[in-house]
Design a protein around this ligand. Structure first.
Ligand code: MN
Length: 202
């Protein structure tokens, strides 16, 4: 049985950047629904004993189109939001440190250059989707964007996501309406770089 990640902060703890009503709906309704549907499809597919990463990495090979779409959309929604909610903390944790900070500097020049590039991907995603900071098997960093609930695992890129930006309208419309840029800018204030650093070093 797949379970939503437990939040160690309240729905109102990310104010004013991410508002309480959005958190309650996003976590309590959207993520809850992805999780329930993922469990349903995983059971149908006889995959309840597998990790979500394994299921997503093998999703393209599932023959039944309804099962394939169900696992891709809901398994992706389950996985993506677990990372999204895990990577946030009230007040943020300032900036990356240690090995992650060094790799960001080596790869992008500096933190602000990475932020600018990833923000541009988030803004350039047409319609619903995600922007990603991921690590490769040799410890390199890459940024990318995906449609809907796809992610670097379901696309079989070989990359492991360590930080993400949800650009579905449900992530920001209650507070920011059509202003995706304002939401993305706000999100940078509540990223827990300690968690992202741990995922990078894992
Ligand atoms: Mn979402």
């Amino acid at each position: 049985m797949f379970e939503q990640i437990k939040l160690d902060y309240g729905f109102d703890a990310l104010e004013p950047y991410i508002d309480s009503e959005t958190m309650a709906t996003h976590y309590g309704k959207h993520h809850a629904a992805y999780t329930a549907n993922f469990n349903k499809f995983a059971e149908q597919a006889g995959k309840t004993g597998e990790s979500v990463e394994n299921i997503l990495a093998g999703v393209k090979e599932i023959e039944d189109p309804e099962l394939r779409a169900g696992l891709r959309n809901n398994g992706g929604g389950y996985y993506n939001h677990n990372l999204y909610f895990r990577q946030m903390i009230p007040g943020g944790s300032k900036l990356p440190t240690g090995a992650l900070a060094k790799k960001i500097d080596d790869t992008f020049g500096n933190f602000d250059a990475m932020k600018e590039k990833l923000t541009a991907l988030a803004m350039g995603q047409f319609g619903s989707g995600w922007a990603w900071l991921s690590k490769t098997s040799d410890g390199s960093l890459v940024i990318s964007k995906t449609d809907n609930q796809e992610n670097p695992i379901s696309l079989k890129t070989g990359h492991t996501p360590i930080m993400c930006i949800d650009v579905w309208e449900h992530a920001y419309y209650l507070k920011y309406k059509n202003l995706r840029a304002s939401y993305v800018e706000a999100l940078w204030n509540v990223i827990n770089w300690d968690v992202v650093g741990e995922l990078y070093e894992a």
